[in-house]
Design a protein around this ligand. Structure first.
Ligand code: ADP
Ligand code: MG
Length: 376
């Protein structure tokens, strides 16, 4: 496949629509360093934007027609303004719907979408798509909304328009990332703090392993975990698990709810600690916290799977100083923090373990902390 570029998506737009686009916008995918399943508990998470991005070439129309071509879907959706499509085009059309609810007077639009973010791998291709469309449409209307409002519009698009549960981390990092920086996101008050993340300066690389599996139980389990966290909070008499201490979590009587609460409470503390270590550039000390996060997600929150466990263990054996599943779980991706120069060994180790089990070869990418959504 050709590289994803401004030029190629402009050409794609001409091929799909028959005339040139007005401009091209891009928004990044992300990995979450740590702070998993904490967002809907009012907790902390620490995402990093990827260099991998979704690009949209855009032109406004005035006849009420909406057309969206995606190179990944290899398909053009055609509909009317106000409709939310079924399937993949639900994402861009839900953004238009959501912005219209906020009062944006949209008369129709043509979009061409191309992406270097792996789709459905837990690296937030969905928010890369919604945020690039939202920013484009906003700027083409002289920016009536600020980025906080665009985050909200994109969350609403995914939650209510598409029907996909999402806590807000993906949209926030896509619209507020800074290069060489992770974003400490406090999901209780929505505040963000940039945390220095100069991987290469510190002599490390961050390898992302896309297991290329997605176990079908994932959907129902996400809702169930949210409900269990709420039940645990109720049992403790707090509004959210953010307000519970580690000692309190141990007093939850139901053993499953107790384990869920333990994960959330300890994960928030690990996230706080990783941010602290990164502020003083102590990269080598965060490995153990990444390992503990994985164990907690596997044993207490029970959202890992065999492929993720194998990827994490193999990455550690290959020389990673810490590794964990990232994203919602039940498949998707894992991350490994690796001393610079050891990437090939880690990749070799994970590849061999997958091959030995007869599993499809995973995909790998090296994560560098990129910037936020922008016009190209
Ligand atoms: P993730 O955000 O982790 O990649 P999601 O399940 O949240 O996974 O979103 C993936 C979905 O988003 C895809 O199934 C597809 O419907 C839509 N999507 C994302 N990127 C694209 C794209 N470039 N072209 C078409 N659809 C896309
Ligand atoms: Mg997503």
């Amino acid at each position: 496949m050709d590289a994803v570029s401004k030029e190629s998506v402009l050409q794609q737009f001409i091929d799909a629509c028959g005339y040139p686009a007005t401009g091209v916008w891009a928004a990044p995918g992300r990995v979450n360093l740590i702070g998993e399943h904490t967002d809907y508990n009012g907790g902390l998470c620490l995402p990093v934007a990827l260099e991998q991005r979704t690009l949209v070439a855009v032109a406004l129309r005035s006849d009420g027609v909406v057309r969206v071509h995606s190179r990944q879907s290899d398909e053009t959706y055609t509909g009317s303004i106000g409709d939310i499509a079924a399937g993949w085009a639900a994402y861009p059309t839900a953004v238009l719907w959501s912005l219209a609810l906020e009062g944006l007077p949209l008369g129709g639009i043509d979009l061409a979408v191309d992406s270097s973010v792996p789709v459905g791998a837990g690296l937030s291709s969905s928010a890369a798509l919604t945020c690039s469309v939202a920013l484009a449409v906003n700027e083409l209307h002289d920016s009536p909304f600020n980025r906080d409002q665009l985050v909200q519009a994109c969350i609403r698009a995914e939650n209510e328009g598409v029907g996909a549960p999402t806590g807000g981390m993906d949209q926030t990092i896509a619209l507020f990332a800074q290069p060489s920086t992770a974003l400490l996101l406090d999901c209780q008050d929505g505040s963000t703090e940039p945390i220095p993340f100069d991987l290469h300066g510190a002599g490390f690389e961050l390898i992302v392993v896309d297991t290329r599996v997605k176990h079908s139980l994932a959907d129902g389990q996400y809702g169930l975990r949210r409900a269990q966290c709420l039940d645990a909070a109720t049992a403790l008499g707090v509004d959210s698990l953010r307000e519970a201490t580690a000692n309190q979590a141990e007093t939850v009587r139901d053993p499953i709810l107790r384990a869920r609460a333990r994960h959330v409470v300890t994960e928030i503390e690990r996230t706080r600690r990783v941010a602290e270590l990164l502020r003083s550039n102590r990269f080598s000390d965060i490995g153990e916290l990444l390992d503990n996060s994985h164990a907690s997600l596997r044993d207490d929150f029970e959202v890992s799977c065999e492929e993720l466990d194998v990827a994490v263990a193999a990455a550690r054996r290959g020389g990673a100083i810490g590794a964990r599943m990232t994203g919602g779980g039940f498949g998707g991706s894992a991350i490994a923090l690796v001393p610079e120069g050891s990437g090939a060994e880690v990749i070799g180790s994970v590849s061999r373990e997958f091959a030995a089990r007869g599993w499809r070869a995973p995909h790998f990418l090296s994560a560098t902390a990129g910037g936020s959504a922008t016009r190209l």
